[in-house]
Design a protein around this ligand. Structure first.
Ligand code: DAH
Length: 345
């Protein structure tokens, strides 16, 4: 029986080695080790052996079985790997090549402008402050000295929230100016702060009007602050944005939350004959501002006899458009990738 077991081992290993695919290998396994396979058949003769020989033969039979099982498992792995490689070759796939590059996003032109301005103002000691886009009527209008009958409060200008939110009315903020009051209440005077953010208006849309756009509010409150401080801040800001000094001019302007109020115009930085940006006037309206109205200081809990301040409102969308030569504001919030891809940061 020893010789028979040795022969089974040799022949079995040879059969395993010559299997060409998984199916053949499975058949070899059944023929060798299956319930009616060769090993089982051989072992049926153990009963006829002398008693002292049986354990030896049993041990030998186990060794043969282990050797065959091991070689079957190894062969199965080898065949599976070969089949996979063949499949991959079939579809022309090379698993060692790197995958397709992941698409990179870019920073939106408005965010690029906001970041540059934030850097600029941070370097001047301003804090960057955030306010909510859903704002109370009290902060958006009342605290800013905008009277109850002001047309801006009409629903054709302001997007109001549904009225079931309680006694207080809420709207989508129409400007970033309420952050003046929020920051001042929170941080107190003296204070230097800028607040970039999105604002909303009920607008008939065209190339210069959009229902959602971005502003950046500036506020400085301290003792003895006046118009010259405001002018310096505005001019240095423009230098920060456009990278060079621009000639500016100040016109009177009316906003309920500043007194006196101004409009700052800058020499058109793009001007050539027939300039589209300034429409040939050579001036562009850049930012309104003024000295903070005592009502606003009082609303924020600051004593107007002790402190004064200036505020300005920067059209962030407009600045971004000027910087990046964008001629229609409707592109800005369009989410159109063909547009956005033109401004890699
Ligand atoms: N909040 C005004 C608007 O959206 C802009 C503005 C004007 C802001 C004068 C100011 C300011 O801070 O002093 O039209």
């Amino acid at each position: 029986m020893r010789e028979q077991l040795a022969a089974l081992r040799e022949e079995g290993l040879a059969e395993v080695a010559s299997a060409q695919n998984g199916e053949q290998l499975a058949a070899v396994e059944v023929a060798l080790l299956g319930r009616s396979g060769r090993l089982t058949a051989l072992l049926k003769g153990v009963g006829r052996l002398a008693a002292e020989e049986r354990p030896l033969i049993g041990k030998l039979a186990n060794e043969v079985k282990a050797a065959l099982s091991q070689s079957l498992a190894a062969k199965q792995e080898e065949l599976a790997a070969a089949e996979l490689a063949q499949d991959l070759a079939g579809v022309g796939l090379d698993p060692t090549l790197p995958g397709p590059p992941a698409p990179f996003g870019a920073v939106h032109p408005v965010m690029q402008a906001a970041r540059d301005l934030e850097d600029h103002f941070s370097s001047l000691g301003y804090v960057i402050w955030d306010g909510p886009e859903v704002e109370s009527e009290a902060n958006n209008f009342d605290a800013l000295n905008i009277p109850a009958d002001h047309p801006a409060r009409e629903s054709h200008d302001t997007i109001w929230m549904a009225e079931d939110t309680g006694p207080e009315r809420f709207c989508l903020r129409t400007h970033t100016s309420p952050v003046q009051v929020r920051a001042l209440r929170e941080l107190g005077a003296p204070l230097r702060v800028v607040a970039p953010g999105r604002v909303f208006r009920q607008e008939a849309q065209d190339a210069t009007h959009e229902h959602s756009f971005h502003q950046m509010e500036g506020l400085v409150v301290d003792k003895g602050v006046g118009v010259p401080h405001m002018l310096h801040a505005m001019n240095s800001l423009l230098e920060g944005v456009f990278g060079r000094k621009l000639e500016t001019r100040l016109r009177p302007g009316f906003f309920p939350f500043v007194e006196p109020g101004f409009e700052l115009d800058a020499r058109c930085p793009f001007c050539k004959a027939g300039c589209r940006v300034c429409k040939g006037t050579r001036w562009i309206e850049l930012m309104p501002g003024g000295l903070v109205h005592p009502h606003v200081l009082r609303s924020a809990g600051v004593n107007p006899n002790e402190y004064s301040g200036f505020a300005f409102g920067l059209g962030l969308s407009r600045i971004a458009m000027l910087r990046s030569n964008i001629d229609d504001i409707r592109w800005m919030m369009s989410g159109d990738l063909r547009f956005l891809r033109q401004f890699p940061s």
